[in-house]
Design a protein around this ligand. Structure first.
Ligand SMILES: Nc1ncnc2c1ncn2[C@@H]1O[C@H](COP(=O)(O)OP(=O)(O)O)[C@@H](O)[C@H]1O
Ligand SMILES: [Mg+2]
Length: 311
């Protein structure tokens, strides 16, 4: 892949049979390397966009290309360079991690011996050397997910698509996965979708925010931050009467009020709140703040429910 290759999307629209518009004229151009995270609430269109770009689903209209190859016309050539872990990705219970990865590599056209060697190397790379030859069904949810990551890691695919790779993982496994994703993103393009804003903020070079099928923002964390007028966020319980002059006050609807403001005003308000022994928090704006500002609160309860379902 050329280092100046891009992923280009022009007015991609997807209307499912039944009439649901899952993507509505999505357009963007981003470099075809590094990590691109698509965030959005449940039903926002993340999976649909990932499937369209990875040639698994035809858009209703619009065009897209990866490194100059059209997702429709050049789908076959593109597929050789793409690896996908779908949202519902599962490992086969009666296979071992090494068998799982080597089978995938053979299916991609790599010879038997080479597949086994690469598979073992990748399984070790994801920190599973001690479990390389156990049956998948004896592995924890986090380890099964790592086997799927080992598959794409071992492949020579340049464009990797991971749909909600960390949903349902415990916090430790999630952080281990982040380390692997960052590793993957060093020499490949990784598109991942996620419910976890912290994850996107930690690992992604670029972030796209989808809401109801529309791309409402895209850019690096810095670029997204600059979409907000102020760099600091202060949260206080509702009813705390703050003399805000520079910033703007937003009711979060969860018993809290958020003030987006300058660093100086955040500091002076914090001093007042400390003197008044009031409860509050203050931080430079996070992706969470940006998301809430642009789209509204993330549906945390849906993410929680999904986690339970996964276990
Ligand atoms: N095969 C399908 N047929 C009809 N509607 C679908 C299908 N797949 C997804 N949808 C709908 O399209 C919208 C976007 O879905 P999806 O891309 O899965 O969102 P996300 O991954 O962000 O949760 C949702 O309203 C969903 O119900
Ligand atoms: Mg999805």
């Amino acid at each position: 892949m050329t280092r100046d290759g891009v992923i280009k999307c022009e007015n991609i629209t997807k209307v499912y049979a039944g009439g649901k518009t899952a993507l509505s004229a999505v357009s963007f151009t981003i470099p075809a390397h590094g990590i691109f995270a698509i965030i959005g609430r449940n039903g926002a269109g993340k999976t649909t966009l990932a499937r369209v770009l990875s040639t698994l689903l035809e858009p209703s209209s619009g065009q897209a290309s990866i490194d100059g190859l059209d997702i429709m016309k050049d789908a076959n050539r593109l597929r050789e360079r793409i690896a996908v872990v779908p949202q519902e990705g599962r490992t086969v219970a009666w296979m071992t991690p090494v068998q799982t990865v080597s089978t995938y590599l053979m299916w991609r056209g790599i010879g038997y011996k080479e597949s086994l060697r690469k598979a073992r190397e990748a399984v070790e790379q994801v920190g599973m050397a001690g479990h390389a030859d156990r049956l998948n069904r004896t592995l924890s949810g986090g380890m099964k997910r790592k086997v799927l990551v080992a598959m794409v890691l071992a492949s020579d695919a340049e464009f990797i698509f991971l749909d909600e790779p960390s949903t349902g993982l415990d916090p430790i496994s999630r952080q281990e996965l982040w380390r692997l994703l960052i590793e993957l993103g060093k020499d490949r393009f990784v598109l991942l979708t996620t419910h976890y804003l912290e994850e996107a903020e930690r690992v992604a070079d670029r972030i796209g925010i989808l809401d109801d099928g529309k791309l409402v923002a895209i850019g690096s964390m810095e670029e997204l931050r600059s979409r907000l007028r102020h760099g600091y966020s202060l949260k206080v319980p509702e009813g705390a009467n703050l003399p805000v002059k520079e910033g703007e006050t937003i009711a979060l609807g969860n018993g809290q009020v958020q003030v987006l403001t300058t660093r100086d005003e955040a500091l002076s308000l914090s001093k007042m709140l400390i003197e008044a022994k009031a409860q509050f928090s203050v931080n430079p704006v996070t992706l969470d703040d940006i998301f809430t500002y642009m789209v509204g609160a993330m549906d945390a309860e849906v993410a929680e429910a999904k986690e339970v379902e996964e276990e």
